[in-house]
Design a binder for this molecule. Structure first.
Ligand code: ADP
Length: 669
């Protein structure tokens, strides 16, 4: 061997004592008794000692220990000498050998190092044969020695010392070769008589003993490889079978899932259908209620209107008592009908209001001012505590807000006999765009027993029959309040204790409205409607002539009675077309125009009047009479060219105000 090739340089001498054995590099397999011990002279020498029955599984367990040696960096970037002590190896199959060798190769490559020479100590003839075969593949130089001591000796000796002499040639006869070939045949094809025919080669002094050993190695390796291949084939078959079964299961599962999904889908659809049916049934009910209420309202108004007229005639004491009762009862009935109408409209999902800009503080003040009188009639104080920090203009539903607060304040006054009712509005939180407010109505009244608290928002529920009988009410107020607050995007809460009082509250978010773009539609409407032009359309006829355009006989009667009582002259047209005709023939001071009529409706009639050159006065004031005074209705009235509107059914007081504005009586001026 050539010492100048990378080891022993600089006269360094190595000894067993120089080896560093770290405990974490040593492995002893308890199960098989196999072992792997390693040590290094860092950067110079790598010592390994393998022993026992080295099966593939043993090498698998060994790998982490080999890895640890390299991981500790003791062999990084170097050419090292390797001493591999195999004297304890009793058996090592080809797969075990491959794994062991490939692990060391892999770690060498990863750590940029390699063994320039490997001293193999105490390897059996078989192992030597294996390693020789192997050395061709890994291009390593192996030096076979008997023991570790011998390895050190060679290592430290100078370059002239040669490796142990290899045996010289042997003489083999032709017969021996023939016999040997026959043995190989038996051997390789697994014949049973191989054992006896092979027995003579086992003798170490037989000239073909070594060759025999090599054949045995090949044979063993081949068998191991075949066994492994078979095993792997079996494994693949099992895996394939498993996959097939799994696939079958998957198909089945998929089928199940699909079935389940279908059932689920059907359930969902049924549910949807049921919900839709329920909703539409509820809607139909509400629509029905709304229609009924609407229909009742018209004759009821006739009763109230006529009663009002009757009250103003000369009556004796009994008659007055009867008419008063009639009046208050019909008013009560109207209140109930109005509530039902409201409730069923909201319940049917009809939202008449649109979001608009309004001044909440002003709205609250106005409501408090209106309700103060009612409170003081009962000896109560109605106080307002309105946060100055509430922005001037907010976007919301002023109509709903008003309805909610009126309801709550009315209830508070109704169910309080001593003390005060307080309306509070305070800022909860605020961002540049939004403000969150808490609005509450608190009273010091009779309170609501805890067990009834959950009922009060149910329609037609009244807790204390005696007090509500005393105070009146429909049992719908809070149901309406709850729905309106929900439409506005919040939830109404109540806290109450018996005999102490109740607090109804809700928290609402409002968008702030820039004060500069303050031309809210609402104002536009009121400006247009508000400019009475009584002066312009001054009428010099002795009695002011009013043309009433109305198809409903009861409404005609009520309006006629009211207007005549006020001193106006009345003509009646049954629809828009008749009205246009009447205005061609006769001078009138004012038109009261119903909207929904057969033949020609109020809008079209107005447009015709405004654009016709055949009517005597195309600028005549036209007042709409509308059942649903929604913003849209009002807008439509304006667009058609009307001047103002009165809500239907028409109330006497409202009618008087309206006519005084648009067609004042001569004797009034
Ligand atoms: P009502 O028209 O009868 O007032 P509501 O729906 O407004 O109908 O109220 C339902 C019931 O809840 C009332 O009859 C009353 O028993 C109870 N209630 C409502 N508000 C108050 C309050 N502020 N104090 C005590 N009880 C109240």
């Amino acid at each position: 061997m050539n010492q100048s090739q990378g080891h022993g340089e600089g006269g360094v001498r190595f000894s067993y004592e120089m080896l560093e054995f770290r405990p974490e590099w040593q492995f002893d397999d308890q199960e098989t008794g196999a072992y792997y011990h390693s040590a290094v002279v860092p950067g110079k020498l790598f010592f390994t000692s393998l022993g026992g029955d080295v099966q593939y599984e043993v090498v698998q367990k060994t790998v982490p220990f080999i890895e640890r040696v390299f991981a500790d960096g003791v062999l990084k970037n170097c050419d090292y000498i390797r001493i591999a002590d195999y004297s304890g190896v009793t058996k090592a199959g080809i797969n075990a050998r491959i794994l062991y060798a490939s692990t060391i190769n892999r770690l060498n490559a990863a750590n940029n190092c390699r063994s320039v020479v490997t001293y193999i100590c105490g390897a059996s003839q078989q192992l030597k044969t294996m390693l020789r075969i192997f050395s061709r593949i890994v291009k390593q130089r192996f030096v076979f020695v008997d023991s570790v001591e011998e390895a050190f000796r060679y290592l430290n000796s100078d370059s002239s010392v040669q490796a142990p002499a290899q045996s010289d040639g042997v003489v083999v006869t032709r017969k021996e070769i023939d016999d040997f070939a026959a043995m190989c045949g038996h051997f390789l094809f697994g014949r049973k008589d191989f054992a006896c025919s092979a027995s003579n080669y086992l003798a170490p002094d037989h000239p073909l003993n070594e060759l025999y050993k090599i054949i045995v190695v090949f044979h063993d390796d081949l068998q191991e490889l075949q066994k492994k291949e078979k095993e792997q084939k079996r494994k693949i078959e099992i895996a394939l079978e498993d996959a097939r079964k799994l696939n079958e299961k998957l198909v089945e599962e998929k089928h199940n899932v699909e079935e389940k999904e279908q059932i689920q889908q059907t359930l969902i659809e049924n549910l949807k259908k049921a919900r839709l049916e329920a909703e539409s049934a509820n809607k139909a009910k509400s629509e029905f209620l709304a229609n009924i209420s609407h229909e009742i309202r018209t004759p009821l108004h006739a009763i109230i209107g006529m009663t009002e007229l009757l009250i103003e005639t000369k009556l004796d004491k009994d008659q007055r008592y009867y008419t008063d009762t009639l009046y208050s009862s019909s008013k009560m009935l109207l209140m109930l009908i109005n509530d039902i109408l409201d409730f069923s409209r909201i319940d049917a999902g009809r939202i008449d209001e649109e979001r608009e800009a309004f001044d909440l503080r002003q709205l609250l003040q106005d409501i408090i001012t209106v309700m103060k009188e009612k409170a003081s009639c009962k000896g109560l104080v109605l106080a307002g505590d309105i946060d100055d920090a509430i922005p001037g203009r907010l976007s919301g539903y002023p109509g709903y807000m008003k309805q909610v607060l009126l309801n709550l304040i009315q209830n508070a006054i109704k169910f309080t006999y001593r003390g005060q009712v307080t309306v509070t509005a305070s800022v909860v939180s605020e961002t540049p765009e939004e403000v969150e407010l808490r609005i509450s109505v608190e009273d010091t009244g009779i309170g609501i027993p805890a067990e009834h608290l959950h009922q009060i928002f149910q329609p037609f529920t009244q807790i204390d029959a005696s007090s509500t009988r005393k105070e009146g009410g429909t049992g719908l107020g809070l149901a309406i309040v709850q729905k309106l607050v929900a439409i506005m995007g919040s939830e109404i809460h109540v806290e109450s204790s018996e005999k102490e009082g109740s607090t109804f509250s809700f928290i609402l978010s409002f968008e702030k409205v820039d004060d500069s773009d303050e031309t809210a539609d609402d104002e536009a409407v009121s400006i247009q409607f508000g400019q009475g032009n009584a002066g312009e359309s001054e009428n010099e006829t002795e009695k002011q002539q009013v043309l009433l355009v109305e198809d409903n006989a009861i409404n005609q009667k009520v309006a006629r009675a009211m207007l005549e009582k006020m001193g106006y002259d009345i003509d009646i047209a049954f629809n828009g077309a008749e009205a246009v005709e009447a205005l061609r023939q006769k001078h009138y001071g004012l038109v009261l125009m119903d909207l929904q009529m057969p033949v020609m409706d109020g809008y079209e009639a107005t447009r015709t009047i405004r654009s016709s050159d055949k009517v005597l006065d195309r600028n005549i004031p036209i007042i709409a009479m509308t059942a649903n005074a929604t913003k849209e209705d009002r807008q439509q009235c304006i667009e058609a060219g009307m001047d103002d509107y009165v809500p239907k059914p028409v109330e006497r007081k409202v009618m008087i105000n309206m006519l005084q504005r648009w067609l004042p009586l001569n004797n009034d001026r």
